[in-house]
Design a protein around this ligand. Sequence first.
Ligand code: SF4
Length: 259
Amino acid sequence: MNFYPSCMKSLPLLWSRPETPHDAPQDNREDERHDFDDSVLQKIVGLSRARAWEIVGGLSRPSKMPCYSWGIPAQSCITGSKLAQVEGSVCQRCYALKGFYRYPKVQQAYQRRLDRSGDPRWVEAMVKLVYWQTAETGTPYFRWFDSGDLQSVEMLRNICAVAVGTPEIRHWLPTREYRMVEAFLENESLPANLVVRISAALIDGQPAHSLGLPTSTVHRAIAPPESTVCVARESEPVNCGTCRSCWDDAVRKVSYPLH
Ligand code: SF4
């Protein structure tokens, strides 16, 4: 059984034509407001890109990825912050706890996205931004959690609602919060266009519980059998190129070389 917000049922109609930021100012034409009551106007116009950006707190643009991403502070990872204390864990070497990610402005941006994730218009705003970023990048993919991880079953449910609202876009969500995913799957199902990849906790390890979902691992020298090895580091600068394995449900195991 699915429990997506009832407002999502009409969203694919609302977003049938992706808008560019250049379209956004037209959303505020006051003279047309006299012709419709608010609910009709909302269905026709929806949120402007600028308003959606404000509600969500913005997106990030990882240079490696073909698309934008939504993330939150790595320090907020529930399982990851415990794993960060464990020798040999992937989280101990987390890229999102180092370098660029430590700049105050970057940290503030990720914190802002976490703080605003409970906004009642968050799903609608994210649908808008996912379509906007697709028009901007020309690629129908979206990455969840370039930093951070799921905070609750409710957060996963809202992300599913965003995927349902953007059926032409493929979403990839890596997570170590398998218990939250498991709790979600007890009564609900994942949208077909959302690949939730259960990530291993330890370098050269396997996820303890994959829940039958695709997985990802990190290896030092030899990738686990039957894994697709990430090729992003074979390019300079590091990038996915034409590879979209992480978004592909048929690619059951992806392994990243340790760097
Ligand atoms: S496996 Fe492919 S899609 Fe995934 S991060 Fe590596 S290059 Fe990108």
